[in-house]
Every structure is written in C-alpha cells, then in structure tokens.
Design a protein. Structure first.
Length: 434
C-alpha cells in the first residue's frame, strides 16, 4: 500500500504477482493490515495540539468580533452612522463610486471566517479523536476540505475592501482633479473601479468555493472506495482457499477499486496544489494592496497631526468642482449637494489651531487610529511571509505529507502561525473607529 504515496505508481506487474501469491498463500490479511496501518498514520495524533490551537484562536476571534460588532451597532446606531456601502457622486460622472466601509465590514467577515475555521478544526478534531464517527458520517468527514478551502476567503475579502476603503479616502477628497488623459479617465471611471472592487471578491469566492466543493466530492468518493476495499479484503481473507479459481476475479476487483482510489487521490493532490498556489498569489496581491493603501492613508493622517500640532505647513490649493454628492445606502441619509458644491468653490485657507487642540477627542482618536494602522500594517507584512511560506510548503510537499509526519507538523505550525497573525490583525482592525 505504499504505492498510495507515489504520484505515478506502476501496477502493471502487481496483479499477476498477487494472483500467483494468493494461489497458495492467504496474503489478504497482510494487505488489510498494511492498509489500516497507513490510514492510522494519516491521522497523526500530534496534529491534535495544533488543531486545538486553531479552535481556541478562532473561538477567541469569533467572540471578540461579535462583541466589537455589537458595540459598534450600539454606539453608532444613535448617530445613524451604520453603513456597509456608500454611494459617492462626482459632477463629471453620472455613475456613483461604491465605497465600502472598511472599518464596519471587518467584523462580519471576521465572524464568517472564524465560523469556517471552527467548522474545519472541529471536524478534523472529531475525525482524528473518534475515527468511528468519521466512518459513520462520510459526508461530514469529506466536508472538512470544503471548509478548509473557503476559510481564508473572508479574511482576504476583508483586507481587499479595507484597502479600497483607504484608497477612496485619498481618491475622493475635495482635492481630486479630473485628469485630462484619456486612459487615466478610463481607469478612474466608476464602472471600472466598482467592477474591480466588487468583482475580485466574487471571483475569489467562486474559485475557492468550486475547488472546495470538488475536493469534498472527491474526498467522499475516495472514502467510499476505501471502505469497499477494506470490506472486500475482509471477505476475501475469510473465504480464502488454495488454488481458488475465483481469486482472479477477486484480485481484479481489488485492483479496480485501488486504481480508482489512486486516480481520485492524485486529483485531490493536484487540486490542493492549485489551491495553495491561489493562496500564495491572492495573499501577496491583496495584502500588498492593503499595506500600500494603509501606508498612504497613514502618511496623510500623520501630516494632518503635524499640522494640528503646528509643526507642518498647510497646503494651498484650488478645489475642483467635482465632488457632488455622497449618500449612505444603509441609513438612507443624503448629503447636501449645494453646500458641498459651494464649499468646493472657495479657496483653501489656513485655520488656526489652539494649543489645546491636541487634547481634543477627535485629535486623540486620529492618533489612536494611526497607531492601530501602523500595527495592522506590521502584522500583515509578517502574515504575508507566513502565508507565502505556508503556500509553498503546501504546494511542494503535498505528496510527502501523507507519510512524513515532520512536514505535517511544519505545515500545521505555519498554518497556525498564519491564522494567529491574520486573526490578531483583524482584531486590531476592528478596534479602529469604535
């Protein structure tokens, strides 16, 4: 049964050899023992400690995100500031920009991601701790691959929309000027930007949902075929007789089942490699986008704080009459177009800040958010490295993970570390703008 770990096993001589051996010797008990021993090695007991760590981490994140979401709903409901998407109109475009609320979307996505990870971790714990439950519920056992595939998606979507929220903070300011370049205007068109903002999470979710569903389906078929293999081995072992002519059909049946397991298993490994590569590409692109936009917003925030302290120069600019209207779709409130347009026509002036401005609650809130922003960027940079290493190990070592417990522990450590960093970064994100 060691052929299970080979990516392209050669079975051309195995069937004649088994026919010759079983003519005078009952080899089925040894094949059965080897198969069950291989199955026990797959459920490496030390993995339970990492699985328990994942359960604790994401249970903590789930509780924290739920409490934070409840606080935001309670505190902001009084001021009518609860919104997920905001329509922002410019005078030179009839179509609005759909601006996500990066600080309010984090909590619901954190809750969804924590639930997915909890389902995956609990199912793995049950299957490893109580194998008979996994055998009696093959659908439950197979579903763990689906939850594993989609568990990272909410976190990636959260940082994608947080990055877009930060980008729009810079792009949709009163200093925004309409570019005269044809291609630049096309790139900044609301339809294109809204499509990218919403389309990427849709494509990403569809990709991992499809892969997760296929993995679960193939995992279930492998489990069913494996049960048929073990049942047949038990039956052939009990009714074995020397020179039994039925052994040819029996052995051919065994090899057909075994071949189907190998084919489905190879396809599962291939899909897992594709999923790992997808993780690496998405993690690098989205987290770099988030960090870049967050750093840009952090620089603007720091410049604002320096001006508030009297250490910076106020820019002089002539605002363009492009900012038209901003509407909150969740609360149903609309900004006054006339007041905004009128304000845009006045030249910028330099306000005078008193010495006590630094003790103003708004100033302290900005300072606190800047600290959280820097912390989140640092955590996401480290998380980027963990995600990339995890994806590389997962993609390159999948065939050997079935037999080398050392790589199982290494991969489990990387996954646990990535989850902890991602969860803590989401925690820091959720603390902003409470």
């Amino acid at each position: 049964m060691s052929v299970l770990t080979s990516p392209s096993p050669d079975l051309s001589e195995a069937l004649p050899t088994l026919n010759a051996v079983t003519s005078s010797f009952n080899a089925y008990p040894f094949i059965l023992e080897t198969s069950e021993d291989h199955k026990r090695r797959l459920a490496y007991r030390s993995l339970l400690s990492f699985d328990v760590a994942l359960i604790v981490v994401h249970l903590t994140l789930l509780i924290q995100a739920t409490i934070t979401l409840g606080l935001k709903l309670f505190l902001r409901a009084k001021n009518g500031k609860i919104w997920l998407w905001r329509k922002h109109y410019l005078l030179d475009h009839a179509v609005p920009y759909l601006v996500p609320n990066g600080h309010f979307i984090i909590e619901p996505l954190s809750i969804i991601g924590a639930i997915f990870f909890e389902l995956f971790s609990i199912i793995v714990f049950i299957v490893v701790k109580k194998p008979q439950i996994g055998e009696s519920l093959p659908g439950l056992h197979a579903s763990c691959l689906f939850w594993f595939a989609v568990s990272w998606v909410p976190g990636f979507i959260g940082f994608w929309w947080s990055g877009w929220s930060a980008f729009y903070v810079l792009f949709l300011t009163p200093t925004h000027t309409a570019s005269s370049g044809k291609y630049t205007r096309l790139f900044y068109h609301p339809i294109l930007m809204n499509t990218v903002c919403i389309g990427v999470p849709v494509l990403m979710s569809s990709f991992f949902i499809i892969i997760g569903a296929i993995l679960s389906s193939k995992h279930k078929r492998v489990g069913q075929a494996y049960d048929v293999l073990l049942t047949s081995l038990h039956q052939f072992s009990d009714f074995w007789k020397p020179n039994d002519p039925s052994r040819f059909n029996n052995n051919e049946h065994l090899f057909n089942v075994f071949q189907s397991i190998l084919v489905e298993g190879s396809q599962i490994l291939y899909l897992l490699q594709i999923m790992a590569v997808g993780w690496a590409v998405i993690a690098v692109c989205i987290i770099m986008f988030y960090v870049a936009t967050a750093i840009s917003v952090g620089k603007v925030t720091q410049r604002t704080m320096m001006m508030a302290k009297g250490r910076g120069r106020f820019p002089k600019f002539r605002s363009q009459p492009t900012l038209s209207m901003s509407s909150l779709t969740a609360s149903g409130r609309h900004d006054n177009v006339d007041s905004k347009t009128k304000a845009d026509h006045y030249p910028g002036s330099t306000p005078s800040y008193q010495a006590g401005a630094m003790k103003n609650p708004s100033f302290l809130n900005i300072e606190r958010n800047l600290y959280f922003l820097r912390t989140s960027c640092g955590l996401m940079t480290v998380s980027l490295g963990f995600n990339f290493c995890t994806s590389l190990v997962f993609a390159n070592k999948i065939p050997t993970l079935l037999i080398e417990t050392t790589w199982q522990v290494t991969l489990s450590s990387l996954i646990t570390g990535s989850c902890v960093l991602l969860s803590f970064s989401l925690f820091v994100q959720s603390l902003m703008h409470i």
